[in-house]
Design a protein around this ligand. Structure first.
Ligand code: AMP
Ligand code: MG
Length: 462
């Protein structure tokens, strides 16, 4: 999302004063003016700080930001080892070997991966060796089993079957058909990383290969910024949990499921609280109960101006509302969908809370625009925004957009063609269309229509 200066959105309702560009959140103005998407996001990001680092077990650190420089304690590989199944030899013993005149060596033992005691490879002898096994003393190179007759006699009569440690497999002979150079098929100690090297720098995001490297160098725990714990609460007396029968006038609660999934997808540990009825006291006590396990609270529904929009009522007196800086500001944004939004902090610890509108598409778009960046900021990530690209609108008609509002239409993006096609209409109840979209088409405030072939900004939501 661009954070450049916004054009002043048209007033809505007509009596609302035009916003001062770049003006920070001003308490008391919340009800009276329209805020731009960028202003609202800037206020959220100004209030959300990265969580304090903690030490986590490796599997729990996936996706987290590393806050320490990790140095390599001991070389990797820790010892010279074979990259092939074959025979560990002295190069002089196989010099000039051919199919016709093979070098015939006495097999003095087997070396499996994990072998602790190693046979000495002296002149005229060899040890059968498996991939990853330590190069035994005296050996200079490994001859792949394919360059041999596979060995005859003793325990090494058949090719590379697993063998025990020590000198099992000793006693036979092997014919080697080709010479090798010193160090051939040997992975040198420290050829991956050396002791003292920087394995990973602070600021690295731990993806699977980074987790793998940490494990390879023996790190079981690392200092990272933890995943934020995000509590998702939906509100609405009409809401029923999926799987239960629907009564008259009821609908399934989809928002809390979508938001929980989206929060997890953004990197959070998400807790879904079942839908709360439209009762301010119930909602208030539910939120208070959740404060203990939340780094961020997200509610949906109850933020417009209907008689049962209880989120505003409940959030005016949650937790310790006397704390300086605590409180939720409810605003109207110059966007569509998702005009009503609440943001602030609650409880003695000032846990940030975002109150999203209830319409499922408004709710999801609001998550993408405001909650996802907040989660990623809590994680300390630099890359908090979805990728934004430009694409040609592939529509069969001109689309209209409310003047003065930034509109986010659902779309299907075609990277190869560089086009985006609208999916479904602008209605904020169209969850099926949302489920078939992978992009948000942005129609800026100053445009009231956008025709086929127009270049538009597209947010890729995956
Ligand atoms: P509200 O913002 O509470 O007035 O809700 C606006 C619309 O969204 C109404 O049609 C609600 O029934 C619907 N809605 C609210 N919450 C949810 C939810 N959790 N899941 C699905 N639809 C919802
Ligand atoms: Mg409601």
């Amino acid at each position: 999302m661009s954070s450049t200066a916004e054009p002043a959105p048209a007033a809505d309702p007509p009596s609302a004063p035009a916003p001062a560009p770049g003006r920070p959140s001003a308490p008391g103005f919340g009800q009276d003016r329209l805020w731009t998407v960028d202003e609202h996001l800037a206020d959220i990001l100004a209030a959300v700080h990265p969580l304090d680092p903690i030490e986590l077990q490796l599997p729990d650190a996936q996706g987290c930001l590393l806050v320490e420089d990790v140095t390599v304690p001991a070389a990797l590989p820790p010892f010279d080892n074979s990259s092939m199944d074959g025979y560990a030899v002295r190069t002089a013993d196989v010099a000039g070997a051919t199919e016709e005149f093979p070098a015939v060596l006495t097999v003095v033992g087997d070396v499996a991966a994990g072998s602790g005691s190693l046979p000495e490879v002296g002149p005229g002898t060899t040890a059968r060796i498996m991939t990853g096994a330590p190069l035994p003393p005296g050996a200079e190179a490994v001859v792949p089993v394919e360059w041999t007759d596979g060995g005859t006699g003793g325990g090494a009569a058949t090719a590379m079957s697993p063998a025990g440690p020590g000198d099992r497999g000793a006693g036979g002979e092997v014919r080697i058909h080709r010479p090798v150079e010193a160090r051939a098929h040997v992975r040198a100690r420290g050829s991956d990383v050396r002791a003292g090297d920087l394995a990973l720098a602070a600021g690295t995001v731990l993806g699977p290969p980074q987790i793998g490297l940490l494990a390879a160098i023996g790190r079981g725990r690392v200092r990272v910024r933890p995943r934020p714990r995000v509590v998702v609460i939906s509100t609405g007396s009409e809401l029923v949990q999926p799987g239960e029968p629907l009564g008259a006038g009821q609908i399934y609660d989809s928002n809390s499921f979508a938001l929980t999934a989206a929060a997890r997808d953004a990197g959070a540990i998400a807790y879904r609280v079942g839908a709360v009825t439209d009762d301010a006291d119930t909602l208030r006590s539910t939120i208070e109960d959740q404060l203990i396990r939340a780094d961020l609270i997200v509610t949906t529904g109850g933020v417009s101006v209907g008689a049962y929009d209880v989120v505003k009522e409940a959030l005016s007196s949650v937790g310790d509302e006397d704390e300086a800086g605590a409180g939720i500001d409810f605003r109207k944004l110059a966007m569509q969908p998702g005009r009503p939004q609440g943001f602030g902090s609650i409880g003695p610890e000032h846990i940030p809370l975002l109150a999203l509108p209830g319409n499922p598409v408004s709710c999801y778009v609001s998550f993408e625009l405001f909650v996802r960046p907040a989660i990623r900021a809590l994680m300390g990530l630099k890359d908090i925004h979805r990728p934004v690209v430009r694409a040609t609108l592939a529509a069969d008609r001109t689309l209209s957009s409310p003047a003065g509002r930034r509109q986010f239409l659902r779309g299907a993006y075609d990277a190869e063609a560089g086009t985006v096609t609208p999916v479904g209409g602008a209605g904020s109840h169209l969850v099926a269309a949302l489920a078939h979209a992978d992009a948000l088409i942005v129609v800026p405030e100053e445009s009231s229509e956008v025709g086929p072939g127009t270049e538009v900004e597209v947010v890729l939501i995956g």
